[in-house]
Design a protein around this ligand. Structure first.
Ligand SMILES: *[C@@H]1O[C@H](CO)[C@@H](O)[C@H](O)[C@H]1NC(C)=O
Ligand SMILES: *[C@@H]1O[C@H](CO)[C@@H](O)[C@H](O)[C@H]1NC(C)=O
Ligand SMILES: *[C@@H]1O[C@H](CO)[C@@H](O)[C@H](O)[C@H]1NC(C)=O
Length: 337
């Protein structure tokens, strides 16, 4: 069940484009270029889009927002997303080209030296921005970045716990720090060496990989290596999961997606990607609306709109048993689906 919940958007596209998917859980889906139709494009860049962050806090899902607001425009999603552009060389090295915000079809660069962002999953509106000279927060009124605290580190990754103030940064020298004292101090996280990327799941377990491409998870009980993954991959990408996944997250190992759990196990997700159809970034946090970056474009997959469309019948089986997830997001009064 968890497998199809994660890549809901891709499963629906598979059904829509007639890719061979059966209703059984263990049928594989291979993602091709057909999964990225032009009509789903929300933004086009000159550079690769290397990160997408979709805050699932009150910035997007305000419990007190009025109905009239949510019924406004049909076509443009009101979800605010953040993304990072870069030119990527053949070794995977990134030449960053800015951190942007995208809302209602309008994009704005908010930090020329921004490299990542992170938001809580609570009723705050906070979004933390990581840059090559420290931390910033996002100010929604005028879509700007405001310096947060006094750290001046060259940061390359950031992760925010589900709620509260705990924030982790990955610095350019591959150390992971716990940011404390309102952004004015940092404490090195014990036991993590040489991290290349950091991502938190919604149980606040911290996943990272090391230069040997092995994935590790730090839980309250210590650090464990994730087992069951292929040895010696060329590329690894740890993906921020949909919020309905509590205790684990998807990982792209070369062209195959796996799900890693905080207990150190993993399983094949049964989603893989053709070599020329691998997304450069994933924004699947809200579950029912997902964003994928591919070929310098950002695509938006609005699950409910897809479900209410022509492929309703095929989706009934898929959706049965998932009413909890749907209700959960519905009660958060999604602005627009
Ligand atoms: C929503 O409104 C209620 C009552 O006015 C208030 O107590 C609550 O804090 C508000 N919630 C948010 C997320 O703003
Ligand atoms: C990070 O700091 C917070 C307090 O600011 C603490 O509760 C938490 O346990 C720390 N996490 C780690 C991994 O050290
Ligand atoms: C690890 O966690 C997953 C997800 O909760 C569960 O399905 C699996 O059985 C667990 N494996 C072990 C060995 O505990």
């Amino acid at each position: 069940m968890m497998k199809s919940q994660i890549f809901t958007a891709l499963l629906l596209v598979a059904l829509a484009v007639g890719a061979p998917v059966s209703e059984e859980d263990d049928e594989k889906v291979t993602v091709t270029k057909n999964f990225f139709p032009d009509f789903l494009i929300k933004y086009t860049s000159k550079h690769d889009i290397v990160k997408i962050i979709v805050p699932i806090n009150s910035l997007n899902f305000d419990e007190n927002s009025s109905e009239s607001e949510s019924n406004s425009k049909e076509t443009d999603s009101e979800v605010t997303i953040f993304f990072v552009e870069a030119d990527v060389d053949e070794n995977g090295k990134r030449d960053y080209k800015g951190l942007y915000v995208l809302k209602e079809g309008k994009s704005k660069m908010i930090l020329a030296n921004g490299v990542d962002a992170a938001a809580s999953c609570d009723d705050s509106k906070k979004v933390y921005l990581a840059a090559t000279d420290g931390l910033y927060t996002y100010k929604d009124d005028d879509k700007t970045a405001v310096k947060y605290g006094s750290l001046t580190d060259n940061i390359k990754g950031i992760a925010k716990e589900k709620s509260g103030d705990v924030l982790y940064i990955l610095t350019d020298d591959n150390n992971v720090y716990n940011v404390t004292n309102n952004g004015n101090s940092k404490v090195k996280v014990d036991g993590i060496e040489n991290a290349q990327q950091i991502v938190l799941d919604y149980s606040d377990n911290l996943y990272y990989y090391t230069p040997d491409k092995k994935i590790h998870v730090k839980t309250a009980d210590g650090i464990t290596e994730i087992t069951g993954l292929p040895a010696n991959p060329t590329k690894v990408n740890i993906i921020r999961p949909p919020f309905i996944i509590e205790d684990g997250l998807p990982i792209l190992i070369d062209n195959v997606a796996y799900i890693a759990y905080s207990n150190g196990t993993s399983e094949n997700s049964d989603f893989d990607f053709e070599a020329d159809a691998i997304p450069t970034a994933f924004g699947m946090e809200p579950a029912l609306i997902q964003y994928y970056a591919y070929n310098k474009n950002i695509y938006e997959y609005n699950i409910l709109a897809m479900v209410l469309g022509e492929i309703l019948d095929e989706l009934k089986t898929f959706l049965s048993g998932k009413t909890d997830s749907i209700q959960s997001i519905a009660t958060r009064k999604k602005n627009k689906v």
